[in-house]
Design a protein around this ligand. Structure first.
Ligand SMILES: NC(=O)c1ccc[n+]([C@@H]2O[C@H](COP(=O)([O-])OP(=O)(O)OC[C@H]3O[C@@H](n4cnc5c(N)ncnc54)[C@H](O)[C@@H]3O)[C@@H](O)[C@H]2O)c1
Ligand SMILES: N[C@@H](CCO)C(=O)O
Ligand code: NA
Length: 921
């Protein structure tokens, strides 16, 4: 964890009391989401006034004065000198503090834009902290480095610095202002030249020499901006913050502000130069001995925060080039959203995890006075930005509001120290972390279960070798005596953290997080949650990290449930499904928060792949123009290796046995499988059982509703009966859309072969219609339902009456079969007439007999008033006779073949999957 720079006691009260004040108003809780910046500011003003009034009145001697009279009541705590100085403080409303970084000050045009933003700020008093123009700080360090290494080219490098600022000044300014700026710039550059020469001769620069040189970047940019503002007629001063900000170095490349001293100096500065608009240099400061120094990393943000706290600003606005703080790294989660508010603590957590927020130390000075910080995009003024402030209580307590954001850290290793000798032995943890400290490694996260048999912690990958070696040395004895069993290193780990203040009081947050990870088939190696409950940290394999981030992010409704889809077999069903997906995509996104992306389509010869999703309006053209040779392994890898999509599903729209043989491996990889292909569930029993066992044991789903009755709810009805404890006695029905159509339409003068052709044309038949006519397709459905009901049958156990004449069974192609079929029309006409004469119809039925544990597939005759005789078109009818539905069976009836209904059944399985994965149902 970072170490927090502890602010020294703040002389707020004295300074605040010495300033004219407004009458305190009751605190108004700042509204939480979607408020405009202007309102933020105004609400915060009220909150702030209340706070500061409390502090002032808390002071001994009651320093608070009546603002309407602008009255000052100097008391013992305020010196006469201070009181006099404060008389020079700008009067009126509170300060609005802004900070513009190097990018914002990158060019003369941008400096002008900054000036415009400042001029538009309606606050009466404005203090603007600026960084050097972009790249200037590096150029300045470069000067010092060159001089130190006695490289004469520092002279030309200094000329470049001069030119850059001169050019910007010429663009921005004219007349006397330009002349004044250039003459100062000239004088500064001459001094620098002399100083760099001295450094060059000495071959060495002290830190303060270097800081002095580098700080000029801020001085020039502050001057430029101040002149640019003055140009519009608004009085404006610039402040060299080395005269004001006093800091003490704290060793570890950090500094602590000396607030008391800084405040005194600030008052003196105001006494000399009262101004309503001030441009202050960021980054630079002085030591108590008046030696120039800097505020180190992110120094300008820190300057703004310190100054903001010294003047008790109404708000500190940090201008940057992003719209605000995102709910997750937008490079990894494209649906990441800008957060309208963050609490100070949440901002800390996020910045720790590398989010583009503020350095924690930047937050401390303003947090003390409850001053809001707003992060805004200078290049997109219309974006309201993110406000970091004290958060109002989350009364709704909903999951959505309690996790604010997610962050990740890569390149970590877990170290696991394990052994029975640790339990109840005080000092073990100290010994472990003492050894880690001795090698200078940074511990990022620690977890120890209360059994005390193991401690695990995460360190940066680059430090783990040293840590492991140190632990082996430190615990050599314990390891050889068996008190410790191992010191183990797990490489290539990442941390995923969920951050949110309100997780603390909301049950179910961690359950939801872990559920999302489980459903994306992500293994969690270690977990930590501090008592503050501001963040839940999980350690995972680095390769899973982006997927985990996306799964978690989408689960908390920060974004949509995204599902990466791979379509195998764009034949009749496959292409109809693609059309349905295309037509429904927008509605799913809008109404159900589901984002389906087809990442690949493969036929048997060619395939097309996409990293972000194929345009479903043009997939056919793409499959012709952009296709590559089909390769199922590559296709599957493409889907599973895409880290952007946490959930992946393969939809097998072929009738191919070899495609079906891969389901087990795909499910093992965490890829869900959905199919209308009957081959896997009606194939060898042992393989089927293995597949179903895996499916039950994992979070990976395998759905196949369309294998029986196409889109009709057959499998789901059977499941419903079984799962609620009903006992299935018999399932009987017409399971073939093709054969149903044939016998429903084979009447009068029409020939059998014509009707078969019609069924094929209508898209009811299998790719090879002999699969239907032979009864095999029905037998497969019988097997699927029998196995679903618990019978352990093989396809060969089902006696089947084939309707393919003996002579046509050897046809090598479906076309040959269709050509030869008319020669058997006479036989069929006879069979049909016989039935007709008896007042009966022919129907091809399948039966699952649970009582006798067998299945049958037969051509039967039914009386014309039998329900099976009443069908039309490609209707299927399936009657479930069960303990509960004994007298009258439960009947499902409707079209059981055809492109639209079948694709619809597959689509509905996809949506069922999305809902299992967390989409609203
Ligand atoms: N047609 C229906 O009414 C219906 C109803 C329920 C279930 N089904 C099932 O739907 C599936 C598809 O039926 P269809 O009518 O669309 O068939 P189809 O012949 O029109 O389409 C199958 C597609 O899969 C492709 N294919 C075959 N082997 C492949 C492989 N190894 N790799 C990639 N692609 C391959 C083919 O080239 C073809 O494009 C079948 O399993 C069928 O049983 C169909
Ligand atoms: N060929 C099959 C498609 C539906 O599985 C039928 O005719 O019923
Ligand atoms: Na079905």
């Amino acid at each position: 964890m970072w170490s927090l720079a502890v602010a020294s006691p703040h002389p707020a009260a004295a300074f605040a009391a010495a300033r004219p004040r407004r009458r305190p108003r009751p605190a108004a809780a700042p509204s939480h989401r979607g408020v405009n910046p202007q309102r933020w500011r105004c609400e915060k003003t009220q909150a702030w006034s209340f706070w500061s009034s409390l502090r002032a009145s808390d002071l001994p001697g009651g320093l608070y004065g009546d603002v309407s009279k602008n009255m000052l009541k100097p008391a013992a705590a305020v010196s006469v000198e201070q009181a006099e100085a404060s008389a020079h403080l700008p009067k009126g409303d509170m300060w609005s503090v802004h900070k513009f970084g190097g990018t914002c000050m990158g060019t003369s045009q941008r400096i002008q834009n900054v000036a415009d933003i400042i001029l538009r700020d309606p606050s009466e008093r404005k203090l603007v902290v600026v960084s050097a123009m972009s790249k200037v700080t590096d150029m300045m360090y470069n000067l010092v480095n060159k001089a130190q290494s006695r490289d004469d080219s520092y002279i030309t490098a200094l000329d470049e610095v001069f030119e850059k600022h001169m050019a910007a000044a010429k663009d921005l300014l004219g007349g006397e202002d330009l002349a004044r700026f250039l003459s100062q710039l000239h004088a500064d550059v001459s001094n620098l030249k002399a100083m760099l020469r001295a450094i060059c001769i000495a071959g060495h620069a002290t830190e303060s020499f270097s800081d002095f040189v580098v700080g000029h970047g801020e001085i020039w940019s502050a001057q430029l901006l101040s002149f640019a503002i003055k140009k519009s007629g608004t009085p404006c001063s610039w402040m060299d913050t080395r005269e004001v900000l006093v800091v003490n170095p704290t060793g570890s490349n950090q500094v602590d502000p000396d607030y008391l001293e800084s405040e005194k100096r600030l008052e003196k500065w105001f006494a000399r130069q009262p101004a309503e608009t001030i441009i202050a240099t960021g980054f630079i400061a002085s030591t108590p001995e008046n030696i120039p120094t800097t505020l180190k990393r992110d120094g300008s943000d820190f300057s703004a925060a310190i100054i903001g706290s010294l003047v008790k600003a109404g708000q500190v606005t940090i201008w940057t080039d992003v719209d605000g703080v995102f709910s997750a790294d937008p490079r990894k989660v494209s649906e990441a959203v800008i957060l309208s508010t963050l609490s100070y603590q949440e901002a800390w957590e996020m910045s720790y995890f590398g989010a583009n927020v503020l350095h924690p130390r930047t937050i401390i000075p303003v947090m003390k006075y409850n001053i809001p910080i707003v992060i805004r995009n200078m290049f997109n003024i219309s974006a309201p930005g993110t406000m970091i402030c004290q958060q109002p209580a989350n009364e709704s307590g909903d999951l959505e509001a309690c996790v604010k954001a997610f962050a990740t850290i890569d390149k970590l290793s877990l170290v696991n120290v394990e052994g029975t000798g640790m339990a109840g032995v005080p000092g073990t943890a100290s010994a472990i972390f003492g050894a880690v400290k001795n090698v200078g490694a940074n511990v990022i996260m620690i977890s120890q279960a209360s059994s005390e048999h193991s401690v695990c912690f995460a360190v940066p990958e680059k430090e783990v070798a040293a840590v492991s070696a140190a632990l082996h040395v430190r615990f050599r004895e314990a390891l050889s005596a068996g008190r410790l069993s191992k010191v183990e290193v797990i490489h290539n780990c990442s941390i995923l953290a969920a951050v949110g203040l309100k997780m603390a009081s909301t049950p179910g947050v961690s359950a939801t997080l872990f559920d999302a990870l489980a459903k994306a088939n992500i293994n969690v190696r270690a977990i930590a949650q501090g008592c503050s409950e501001y963040n839940i940290t999980v350690v995972l394999k680095q390769e899973d990290c982006v997927r985990a981030l996306r799964a978690a992010h989408s689960r908390f409704f920060l974004s949509k449930t995204t599902l990466a889809v791979g379509i195998i077999g764009p034949g009749l069903i496959g292409r109809t499904l693609l059309n349905q997906l295309k037509d429904q995509a927008a509605v799913l996104k809008e109404n159900m928060n589901i984002d389906l992306r087809v990442m690949g389509i493969t036929g048997s010869r060619t395939m097309v792949l996409s990293d972000t999703g194929i345009d479903l309006a043009h997939w056919k053209e793409q499959l012709q123009t952009e296709a590559e040779p089909a390769n199922l392994d590559k296709f599957v890898d493409h889907l599973s290796e895409n880290q952007l999509f946490p959930n992946r599903v393969l939809v097998d729209c072929t009738a191919d046995t070899s495609v079906a043989s891969h389901y087990y491996d795909w499910l093992k990889k965490g890829i869900h499988v959905i199919t209308p292909n009957k081959k896997a569930n009606s194939g060898p029993l042992d393989k089927y059982l293995k597949l179903r066992t895996l499916q039950r044991a994992s979070y990976t789903h395998y759905f196949y509703e369309a294998t029986v009755g196409a889109g009709l709810p057959i499998i789901s009805t059977l499941r419903g009966l079984l799962e609620t404890g009903d006992k299935i006695l018999r399932i009987e029905g017409i399971f073939s859309g093709t054969l149903s159509y044939i016998f429903n339409n084979f009447e009068g003068t029409r020939t059998f072969s014509d009707v078969v052709s019609e069924a094929k044309e209508a898209g009811y038949t299998e790719p090879d219609p002999r699969d239907d006519l032979s009864g095999t397709d029905v037998a497969r459905k019988v097997i699927i339902l029998a196995r679903e009901s618990g019978l352990k049958l093989e396809l060969s156990d089902i006696p089947v009456r084939s309707l393919v004449p003996e002579a046509l069974r050897s046809c090598s192609t479906a076309d040959e079969y269709m050509q030869k079929l008319p020669s058997f029309d006479q036989d069929w006409a006879r069979e049909s007439k016989d039935a007709e004469a008896a007042g009966e119809v022919l129907r091809y039925v399948g039966v699952v007999d649970l009582v006798n544990k067998e299945g049958q597939v037969e051509l039967r005759r039914y009386k014309k008033d039998h329900p099976f005789a009443q069908l039309s078109g490609s209707d299927n009818i399936i009657a479930f006779t069960t303990s509960r539905y004994k007298e009258q069976p439960l009947i499902v009836r409707g079209p059981g073949a055809g492109a639209e209904v079948t694709a619809g059944g597959v689509f509905s399985d996809i949506l069922r999957l999305a809902s299992y994965l967390g989409a609203p149902s």
